[in-house]
Ligand binder design. Structure first.
Ligand code: PMP
Length: 313
């Protein structure tokens, strides 16, 4: 594995990248019930500050993902948020970065049914390139794969095994020349992308499938809903979305920690609006970008990683 940082945080300690090793025989089964988070930290050049994004929200979900998988929570959400900030500082991160916590059963060669399998946890950081402000739009298709149902393997949590479903859909979409798939749920309604939620815009209303539609309870989706309603005066609705609405929507956007806010230019060959980024998407994207980079007053969402440096500027 290519080294991306000096340290990882592993079971309560900072460990040098080269020392963070497990035995070959834990491959496979140990990750069957593993859960993870995707968190971002954005660098603001002007402030010389790195902003950790929504640590509290992500670690709250991390803990309920663990609970669902019967992984033993050995650290609180606050402990893990503090560990993430400490790790970013130890790695001297001064660029946009992912923070990737994972909890897994460490002492198993078979099904892991509970605490006897030993809960282990690590966090690592790795750089990423933001698409915010790039003006790029992506081409999507409706997948032939159905999104996991809540009575199969709940999509509500971030379990590694769930991503086999996303992976099949993504492989299919890429092979057919698209950038991303949109998955329908087991009721035939629109669910989400392979690692992102989505909004459609119809007649000025931003509409997103509800949290019982076979989606991950996305932090970004919730934040965008709140921004639309409380700051941007964009009417927002959570309801079932039909497949055919994808073909007649004025605008569509994917959203998520990894996806950020990404406009969709076409679905199954139907152009979305004019094919360029629409006005509602543009406003949401700008507000989201300002929030993550520390350019708007949303301090409750952000953790300043180098607060002394920031205070001095
Ligand atoms: N759905 C899935 C399946 C995902 O993996 C993600 C990325 N975490 C999302 C939605 C978006 O969630 P969030 O906004 O919390 O990153």
């Amino acid at each position: 594995m290519q080294q991306t940082s000096r340290y990882v945080w592993w079971n309560g300690e900072l460990v040098a990248w080269q020392e963070a090793k497990v035995h070959l025989t834990i491959l496979g089964w140990s990750t069957l019930g593993a859960v993870f988070e995707g968190i971002k930290a954005y660098w603001n050049e002007e402030h010389e500050e790195l902003y950790g994004l929504q640590f509290a929200e992500h670690y709250r979900r991390f803990l309920y993902s663990m609970r669902f998988q019967r992984l033993e929570p050995r650290w609180s959400a606050e402990d893990l948020a503090a560990a993430s900030a400490e790790l970013l500082r130890a790695n001297q991160v001064r660029e946009d970065s992912y923070v990737r916590p994972m909890a897994y059963f460490g002492d198993t060669t078979w099904f892991s049914t509970g605490a006897e399998s030993g809960t282990h946890c690590f966090i690592w950081t790795t750089p990423f390139r933001s698409v915010l402000g790039s003006g790029a739009a992506v081409r999507a298709c409706v997948s032939t794969w159905t999104r996991l149902g809540d009575n199969m393997m709940s999509p509500r949590i971030k379990c590694v095994s769930n991503y086999q479903n996303s992976r099949m859909a993504l492989i299919e979409a890429l092979r057919h020349g698209y950038d991303f798939p949109i998955l329908l749920n087991d009721r035939g309604k629109v669910a989400e992308g392979p690692a992102s939620c989505l909004f459609i815009v119809r007649d000025g209303v931003a509409i997103t499938p509800g949290i019982t539609s076979g989606i991950l309870e996305s932090v970004t989706r919730r934040t965008i809903l709140k921004m639309c309603r409380e700051e941007l005066a964009i009417p927002a609705d959570e309801r079932d979305v039909d497949r055919s609405e994808l073909y007649v929507a004025d605008e569509i956007l994917f959203c998520g920690t990894g996806a950020e806010v990404q406009a969709v230019s076409e679905v199954d060959g139907y152009k979305v609006g004019t094919g360029a980024i629409g006005p509602v998407t543009a406003r949401i994207e700008r507000a989201f970008h300002d929030m993550v980079r520390g350019r708007s007053p949303h301090n409750h969402y952000r953790t300043a990683i180098y607060p002394k440096v920031h205070a001095a500027t």
